[in-house]
Design a binder for this molecule. Sequence first.
Ligand code: PMP
Length: 385
Amino acid sequence: MAFSERIDRLKSSLIREILAAAQRPEVMSFAGGLPAEPMLPKVDWAQMPTSMGQYGMSEGEPMLRELIAAQARELGIQCEGSQVLIVSGSQQTLDLASKLFIDPGTEVLVEAPTYLAALQAFQLFGAHCLEVPQEADGPELGVLRQRLEQHKPAFAYLIPTFQNPSAVRYSEAKREAVAALLDEFGVTLIEDEPYRELVFDQGSATPIVSRLRSASWIYTGTVSKTLLPGLRVGYLIASPDLFPYLLRLKQSADLHTNRIGQWQALQWLGSQRYNEHLAELRDFYRLRRDAMQAALVEYFSDLATWETPQGGLFFWLALRQPLDTRTLLKPALEQDVVFMPGEPFFSEPDRHPGYLRLNFSHVAPERLGEGLRRLAGVIRDALAV
Ligand code: PMP
């Protein structure tokens, strides 16, 4: 069969395979980034105008675009509704940006670790991903500068607020420094922020795109983590030089994002009941985060180190002894536990053994301790400690 050259670069997502294996109800899954089922808001379809079933505009629903622009301006992002494109989840932003920037061999900058489905999207188009190591307060600036001096990346893809998978939130100082470096070298920023609103502890910091003076940018967000991932509604906001290209790419991809989901998102975003829902969500997840922290202290203290996440959905564990965590999946599943190995979050997986990502939003607190006890046992067996 004569497929495109690209198809050889298409790796199946490990996480999708794990989630498929974890369908059995007795399995305790720390693998996905799924919202807690009891916290999915009940949506009301009865009021939806029939016209929402008609074709719509590629840009998205005008009122939703205006609302998103207004909220972005509150975060300090200078933009108009005309710069907002409603997309089929922020994953589509990554696909459209890949189509805009990447030819085989194009260099792009990514954090190490970074979101595995972003790597998958970039690599499908043949990107060569340059890693910048992540520290507790953001990227290692010396390495970032070095990469920018020695390469000409098409863009930097960053997740500065409660990163997936590391949960890192960039400090103010690093946000400033990153913006200054991207301006200095004229490198486009793609800033991905699905977790900004899932904050449990202190307040939030301004997006990096709002600090840029001259570099081009794309800022992307989603309703997946705070409302309903099944709606498949996300958005991108782009600097005016990029927007027309992204719009045409959107047209050629799927004409427009589903209007039914957009209508539903519009009923919620910015409303009083959305703010109440967010407050409940934060309280609910904070409790689950605390439950996982307590269980980790009990079962993992001698096995791994970690920072307590102040937002987002994940703990990122570094094992005290390196081990290819992919080899733990099968024995863990035999114990009815699944987790996400760390390797796929790096563009060079084999160079970074010994990390695990654990989602804390999905498993109920009363089962969580048992799940982590079993997982620790699997790791101890593998390390023979
Ligand atoms: N970016 C990051 C960093 C994510 O964690 C996710 C979801 N796991 C996405 C993008 C995609 O989200 P969406 O459901 O909006 O496509």
